[in-house]
Design a protein around this ligand. Structure first.
Ligand SMILES: Nc1ncnc2c1ncn2[C@@H]1O[C@H](COP(=O)(O)OP(=O)(O)OP(=O)(O)O)[C@@H](O)[C@H]1O
Length: 290
């Protein structure tokens, strides 16, 4: 990303002698995702600055932070869907900001998988056709091969035999399984997940996070998950906390402290009292794991 003339000066890179900046993957091999000195304003309003972040192949990193601090904006900047003011994003060695529109789109189609809170499963396509989309966009035309990979992916996410179903026939957890299958079917190098469990009940959310993390590791993909769910930090290799000033490494005790202060957009669980009786459990879809 090229520094804009009106933007603040680029953040100085950490000196070679200094310890690794917070957010950096351990190890000496180049990380799959490298974010270097990223800063973003909307108009005159700064969102974040001095973001250094890296994620290695096969590594799962959880990204947390207060509501409105810029987590989704950061994911969009990483994916090249939004433009940072200064700093660079490298994915598998490619400088995302230096790519043409066409090359950036190709990089997204081949190297990236996205999972969103609202699923974004296309309602007029069958489950199988939704999952096949990334393969078709990559130009895979061999029908048997597409069907084989879609079937294998649906089995991997716990939805064998669901290919002919329509999205309206699925529960929220099942829709997110379809979205995960679609995000992974083309074996992306980097998976970006933005609040993937935000619309799910806690038990389903935990199962979906398990699935996403397990599948990402099975494919040796780098995985960056924005999530307020403590379950995400429990499953991640590292957790990071985004602030307007940059990124901090987050230890488990730090998360509890942030939540206790009311930060992070998540509500710590409240024990039931006489005034807040337990509600009955939601009806469960017994036809398939949700
Ligand atoms: N296109 C835009 N134009 C102007 N301001 C924007 C735009 N998109 C986001 N913002 C602002 O940028 C800030 C960061 O938004 P963002 O959605 O990235 O935060 P977030 O940390 O993901 O929030 P949440 O956890 O609530 O989803 C917010 O103050 C938001 O209002």
């Amino acid at each position: 990303m090229t520094p804009a003339s009106t933007a603040p000066s680029a953040a100085l890179p950490p000196s070679a002698a200094s310890p690794l900046p917070p957010g950096t993957a351990p190890g000496t091999a180049p990380a799959l995702l490298e974010v270097h000195g990223l800063a973003k304003h909307y108009g005159n309003t700064p969102v974040f600055q001095e973001v250094y972040l890296s994620v290695g192949r096969g590594e799962v990193v959880a990204l947390l932070g207060e509501s409105g601090v810029g987590k989704s904006t950061l994911l969009n900047c990483i994916a090249g869907l939004d433009q940072a003011d200064v700093g660079t994003v490298r994915i598998a060695g490619h400088d995302v900001g230096g790519l043409s529109e066409h090359a950036a789109s190709l990089l997204r189609r081949t190297k990236l998988g996205f999972v969103f809170q609202a699923f974004h499963v296309l309602p007029h396509l069958s489950v199988a056709d939704n999952v096949a989309l990334p393969l078709l966009l990559q130009g895979l035309r061999e029908r048997d091969e597409v069907e084989h990979r879609v079937r294998a992916m649906l089995e991997a996410v716990g939805l064998p035999g669901f290919g002919a179903r329509q999205p309206r026939q699925l529960s929220g957890g099942q829709l997110q399984r379809v979205a995960i299958a679609r995000a992974l079917v083309h074996r992306p190098a980097l998976i970006l997940a933005d609040e993937p469990t935000g619309n799910l009940d806690p038990a389903t959310a935990a199962r979906i996070l398990d699935l996403l993390v397990t599948q990402a590791r099975a494919q040796n993909a780098a995985c960056l998950i924005v999530s307020h769910a403590p379950a995400a930090t429990e499953r991640a290799d590292r957790s990071l906390w985004l602030t307007p000033e940059g990124i901090e490494n987050l230890a488990p005790g730090d998360l509890l402290r942030h939540l206790a202060q009311g930060h992070g957009g998540a509500t710590p669980p409240t024990p039931p009292t006489a005034a807040t009786p337990l509600s009955p459990p939601p009806p469960r879809d017994t036809t398939a794991d949700n």
